[in-house]
Write a protein that binds this ligand. Structure first.
Ligand SMILES: Cc1cc2nc3c(=O)[nH]c(=O)nc-3n(C[C@H](O)[C@H](O)[C@H](O)COP(=O)(O)OP(=O)(O)OC[C@H]3O[C@@H](n4cnc5c(N)ncnc54)[C@H](O)[C@@H]3O)c2cc1C
Length: 578
C-alpha cells in the first residue's frame, strides 16, 4: 500500500503533534506516523514544567523575554545561537496562553493566574507547571486538538528510512509493526520529530523508546548531526532505576546533602546553590561521590540525598505527587519522611539533526523539530523547562515552513519508480540484516543485539559520562567500532511478522551505534570544557578555538567532523558564575 499526503510528521510527541496541527491549520493534508501511540511518547514523562516570562510570580514581576534569553544563553555556556533563543523566549508567553485556552490544566496562583516555580539557572521563578506532571498534561491537550482536527495518525509505524534523491525528500519507508510489512509513505515534506537518544546510555531517565533512530535516519540521508558531544546529565535520578526526580523538587526548596548532612552546593555555586544549572549540579554531585563524601551502594554505585522533608506533607502532596508515587513504587520509601537517594543520569541530548530556526535541513523538504533536532537553543547545556518550550515553538515553526514549502511548489509529481526503488533497497537491506553471516546463510547470524546494546550502554556510562578524558574517549571509540563490526553478524529473525519487536530493536541498535560514534568523535575533538562537556585534560572553556558548533557528517567509513560559527547577537561570552 502506498500512502500519500502533503506533510508527513514522524513522531507523535509534543514537537510532532504541534508541527502537525500547524501544517494542517495551513490547509494541508497531514499524516502523523509514530512508533508509539502518541500519548505514550516520552514528552508525557516531563515533570517539572515549561518556561515563559509571564511575570506572574510575586518574585518574578520584573521578568521579561529578554532576561529569559540571557539566562538561556548563559546557561548554554554561550554555545546557543542567540537569534534562535530570542525567537523562543519571545514566543513563550503566547505558547502558554494558547495551551491554557486549549484547556491545559496548569497549576494556579491564588489570583487565578498560571503558577510559576523557580528552576535551575533562571533569574526569576519562570517555570509554568501542572503539579509535577506537566508533560502529561500538555501532551493530552495537544492530542485532543489532533483528534478534534481529524488528523490521521498511523500508530505503531516505525519509520526506518527517508526517500531522498537529489537532496530532496519525498517520503519515507516505514515498518508497519501491526502488519509486519514495509510500507511507502509519499509526502511533499517530511518533519522528523522523533525525540532524544538517551537510551544509548544505560543510566538514563529516558523512556526505553528514546533511542535516536530518527537522528540516525536523517544522518544517513545526508543531514549532519550538530553538537552531539553535549549530553545532559540530570543531577537527580533515583539510584538503580535512574527515574527522574524533577528539578521541581529543588525549585520548591529541596536540598542536596552529602554523607555529613552538609548542603554541599555552597562549595560549588554559593549564590544559586541547588538551583545552579544542571551541568554544574551534576558535576558537583559526582565530585562529592568521587571524593568519598557521598554514599555507596554495592550494586548501583555512588549517590547523595535529595531531601524534601522540610517542605511538609501538604506542599509535597500538592506540588510533587508524582515524586511521591515514584519513590513509593520504585524505592519503597516515602519522601515526606525519608531523604531520596539520587545520582546523576543521562537525561537529554542537546545536539541533534542540524536545522535552522524553521526546522529546515540541508535536504529540501526535510524538516526536524524537538529533541531530535539541534536549532540550537540549548548550546552546551539546556536549562530545565526550556525543552518543552522548544518542542512547541520550533514544532510550530517547522509545521508552518513545511506547509509553505509544499504549497509553493507545483503540485507534487511523484516519480512513480522512486518509492519502489527505495522500498526494494530497504527490503534487501533488512534481508541482509536478518541473514547475518551472508546471503546464503539465512538465520546464521550469531550476534545477540541485546548483548551489543548492553555493551554500548556500559561503554557510554563508563567512558563518555560527566567527566571525560582523551584516553577514555579513544577507548570508547574503539569499543564502538568493534560493536559495529559485531553488528554485521547480528541475529535477527525474518521480517514479515506482526509486532516483530526483535527486528525493531535491531534497527534501533543500528541507529544507536551511528549516533554514539558521532557523540564520541565530537567529544574527542572538542579539546575544552564547556557546559555539559567536561574534559579533565582540558578543564577550561576555550572561546578562541571552540566557540563553534560541531557538525558530524555520515560517511560509510564513519562520522566526518566540520564546524560552524555560533550566532551572537546581544550577549558577549563571559565567565559563568552562579
Ligand atoms: C523524565 C523526563 C522529564 C522531563 N521533564 C522536562 C520538564 O519538566 N521540562 C522540560 O522542558 N523538559 C523536560 N524533559 C525533556 C522533554 O520532555 C523532551 O525533550 C521533549 O518532551 C521531547 O519531545 P519530542 O516531541 O521531541 O520527543 P518525544 O516526546 O520523545 O516523542 C518522540 C516521538 O517520536 C516517535 N518515534 C521515534 N522514533 C520513531 C521512528 N523511527 N518512526 C516513527 N516514530 C518514531 C515516538 O513514538 C514518539 O511519539 C524531560 C525529559 C524526561 C525524559
Amino acid at each position: 500500500m502506498i500512502k500519500r499526503c502533503d506533510v508527513l510528521v514522524v513522531g507523535g510527541g509534543l514537537a510532532g503533534l504541534r508541527a502537525a496541527l500547524e501544517a494542517q491549520a495551513n490547509g494541508l493534508n497531514v499524516v502523523i506516523a509514530s512508533k508509539l501511540y502518541p500519548v505514550r511518547s516520552h514528552s508525557g514523562a516531563a515533570q517539572g514544567g515549561i518556561n515563559a516570562a509571564l511575570a506572574n510570580h510575586p518574585e518574578g514581576q520584573n521578568d521579561n523575554p529578554g532576561l529569559h534569553a540571557f539566562d538561556t544563553v548563559k546557561g548554554s555556556d554561550y554555545l546557543a545561537d542567540q537569534d534562535a533563543v530570542e525567537i523562543m523566549t519571545a514566543a513563550a508567553p503566547d505558547v502558554i496562553y494558547q495551551l491554557d485556552h486549549w484547556g491545559c490544566p496548569f497549576s494556579r496562583l491564588a489570583n487565578g493566574r498560571v503558577a510559576q516555580r523557580p528552576f535551575g539557572g533562571a533569574g526569576f521563578p519562570r517555570t509554568c507547571y501542572g503539579a509535577d506532571k506537566t508533560g502529561h498534561y500538555i501532551l493530552q491537550t495537544l492530542y485532543e486538538q489532533v483528534i478534534k482536527n481529524h488528523i490521521e495518525t498511523l500508530n505503531e509505524w516505525l519509520v526506518i528510512s527517508l526517500i531522498v534523491e537529489n537532496k530532496t525528500c519525498s517520503g519515507v519507508i516505514a515498518f508497519n509493526l501491526q502488519s509486519g510489512q514495509l510500507e511507502i509513505i509519499e509526502a511533499g515534506a517530511v518533519i522528523v520529530a522523533t525525540g532524544g537518544s538517551g537510551r544509548i546510555y544505560g543510566k538514563s531517565s529516558n523512556a526505553f523508546t528514546s533511542t535516536g533512530l530518527g537522528m540516525a535516519i536523517a544522518y544517513r540521508a545526508g543531514v549532519p548531526l550538530k553538537d552531539m558531544e553535549f549530553i545532559q546529565f540530570h543531577p537527580t535520578t533515583i539510584i538503580g532505576k535512574n527515574i527522574l526526580m524533577t528539578e521541581g523538587c529543588r525549585g520548591e526548596g529541596g536540598y542536596l546533602v552529602n554523607k555529613n548532612n552538609e548542603r554541599f552546593m555552597k562549595k560549588y555555586a554559593p549564590d544559586k546553590m541547588e538551583l545552579a544549572p544542571r551541568d554544574i549540579v551534576s558535576r558537583s554531585i559526582q565530585t562529592e561521590i568521587n571524593e568519598g563524601l557521598g554514599f555507596t551502594d554495592p550494586a548501583f554505585g555512588g549517590y547523595v540525598y535529595l531531601d524534601i522533608r522540610h517542605l511538609g506533607a501538604d506542599k509535597i502532596t500538592e506540588r510533587l505527587p508524582g515524586v511521591v508515587e515514584i519513590c513509593t513504587d520504585f524505592l519503597g520509601i516515602n519522601p515526606i519522611k525519608e531523604p531520596i537517594p539520587v545520582q546523576p543520569g543521562q537525561h537529554y541530548t542537546m545536539g541533534g539533526i542540524d536545522t535552522d530556526k524553521d526546522g529546515v535541513t540541508e535536504v529540501q523538504g526535510l524538516y526536524a523539530a524537538g529533541e531530535c533536532a539541534c536549532v540550537s537553543v540549548h548550546g552546551a547545556n539546556r536549562l530545565g523547562g526550556n525543552s518543552l518550550l522548544e518542542t512547541l515553538v520550533f514544532g510550530q515553526r517547522a509545521g508552518a515552513h513545511a506547509a509553505q514549502y509544499v504549497a509553493g511548489r507545483a503540485k507534487q509529481k511523484f516519480n512513480e519508480s522512486l518509492p519502489d526503488y527505495f522500498l526494494k533497497q530497504q527490503e534487501s537491506r533488512l534481508q541482509q540484516l536478518t541473514m547475518g553471516a551472508g546471503p546464503d546463510k539465512i538465520g546464521a547470524g550469531t550476534e545477540n543485539p541485546y548483548q551489543i546494546r548492553n555493551e554500548l550502554n556500559k561503554t557510554m556510562d563508563a567512558l563518555v559520562g560527566i567527566f571525560r578524558t582523551e584516553s577514555d574517549l579513544k577507548y570508547a571509540l574503539s569499543g564502538i567500532e568493534a560493536l559495529k563490526q559485531r553488528f554485521r553478524k547480528i541475529k535477527a529473525p525474518g521480517i514479515f511478522s506482526s509486532f516483530n519487536y526483535h527486528l525493531l530493536w535491531v534497527l534501533e541498535l543500528e541507529g544507536n551505534l551511528d549516533v554514539a560514534e558521532a557523540i564520541v568523535k565530537g567529544a574527542l575533538a572538542r579539546r575544552e570544557s564547556r557546559g555539559s562537556h567536561s574534559r579533565r585534560d582540558f578543564p577550561k572553556r576555550d572561546d578562541v578555538h571552540w566557540l563553534k558548533h560541531t557538525l558530524a557528517t555520515y560517511t560509510k567509513e564513519g562520522a566526518v567532523l566540520s564546524d560552524r560559527p555560533v550566532t551572537i547577537t546581544k550577549f558577549q561570552p563571559q565567565e559563568r558564575k552562579y
